[in-house]
Write a protein that binds this ligand. Structure first.
Ligand code: DX5
Ligand code: ZN
Length: 214
């Protein structure tokens, strides 16, 4: 299992310390949650903070843009050295074009679905995607409860990817802990994002390992 800890739950007063802790863990990617106060009802951090994160991070960056018009920021995300750029299906009128722009900039193209957005809407773009991220909470805040229907969506997405012979990875984001993680693995997920499960743990490094070897 690929584990992508969300830095949204880190201690921003001790960001360097928390990133170094994750550098020494079995985490695979670093998940960076960008919120603009328009697409979601919260504001997190932007490029100046992500530049500092990128400097300290020794793992690939998995950038999750919860913003309107994410296509405006493709080159800035690429300049961070990000491995994955995740844009929301609901934020992109011309999703096919944005996906090509992300790939042309040398990143993996990820498309994220809100809890209410059905998997079948990806039917005609799944072959172009490197990753699909399913939101298992409504985006905007860490520490929310896992929405159970995400298991069913993960199974549907697995079926779509296999049927279309797409190479897209399945990532799930929101409320993921060991219990949900195990069910998601059985449903066909490849990657898990976890914020509070890792950072609220008394032993975050062991929590990362627990999610990795479910
Ligand atoms: C929610 C974010 C998530 C969140 C994960 O808007 O996209 O990445 O920070 O945190 P937990 O695991 O606490 O739900
Ligand atoms: Zn996220």
């Amino acid at each position: 299992m690929i584990v992508s800890p969300s830095l949204l739950s880190a201690d921003f007063g001790n960001l360097q310390r928390d990133i170094e802790m994750l550098n020494a863990s079995e985490a695979d990617w670093f998940h960076l949650d960008v919120m603009d106060g328009v697409f979601v009802p919260n504001i997190s951090f932007g490029f100046p903070v992500m530049e500092a994160m990128a400097k300290a991070a020794k793992k690939p960056l998995d950038v999750h843009l919860m913003i309107v018009e994410p296509q405006k920021f493709v080159s800035q995300v690429a300049a961070l050295g990000a491995k994955i750029m995740n844009v929301h299906y609901e934020a992109c009128v011309h999703l096919h074009r944005v996906v090509q722009q992300i790939k042309d900039a040398g990143m993996m193209a990820g498309v994220t679905l809100n809890p209410h957005t059905p998997v079948c809407l990806l039917e005609d773009i799944i072959k172009d995607l490197d990753l699909v991220m399913l939101m298992s909470v409504n985006p905007g805040f860490g520490g929310q409860k896992f929405i159970e229907n995400s298991l069913q969506k993960t199974r549907q997405l697995r079926e779509l990817i296999d049927r279309k012979a797409s190479k897209a990875l399945i990532e799930v984001d929101g409320g993921v802990n060991r219990i949900a993680g195990k069910q998601l693995k059985e449903a066909g997920a490849d990657a898990l994002v976890a914020g509070s499960a890792i950072f609220k743990s008394s032993d975050p490094v062991s929590e990362v390992a627990a999610l990795k070897y479910l």
